[in-house]
Design a protein around this ligand. Structure first.
Ligand code: SF4
Length: 112
């Protein structure tokens, strides 16, 4: 191997090492949050934050809540990141938990 080729390989390795070192902490924070929706424990109504936000896994039971609007449910909420058709998915308000696609809470924000 010639000297310029070795230097290029060294530079490439160092660039990858720097990029890898920069990405590692970000990935360590984000990956568990992205998680696999199926692996996340389901949010239950007895969770303190769920109680505070009047979460229910059945939006049709939230009609008595003044903040509830007909047709609102997690699946069409801006904070819901579950896949279409999945029964449960992650919600930005409840990191580490999955919410029911047909659920609702007072933090609802209509998807744009
Ligand atoms: S913020 Fe949206 S997705 Fe999350 S629980 Fe409330 S209604 Fe559902």
């Amino acid at each position: 191997m010639s000297q310029p080729t070795q230097n290029q390989a060294r530079r490439r390795f160092l660039k990858l090492a720097v990029v890898g070192a920069a990405i590692a902490p970000i990935a360590a924070v984000l990956l568990p949050r992205l998680g696999f929706a199926a692996d996340l424990p389901h949010l239950t109504a007895d969770d303190p934050t769920a109680k505070a936000l009047a979460y229910t896994d059945n939006a049709t039971t939230a009609t008595a809540n003044a903040a509830y609007k007909a047709g609102s449910e997690c699946a069409n909420c801006q904070l819901y990141t579950g896949k279409a058709g999945d029964e449960y998915g992650p919600c930005a308000l409840f990191p580490g938990k999955s919410v029911h696609a047909k659920g609702w809470c007072s933090g609802y924000s209509k998807k744009a």
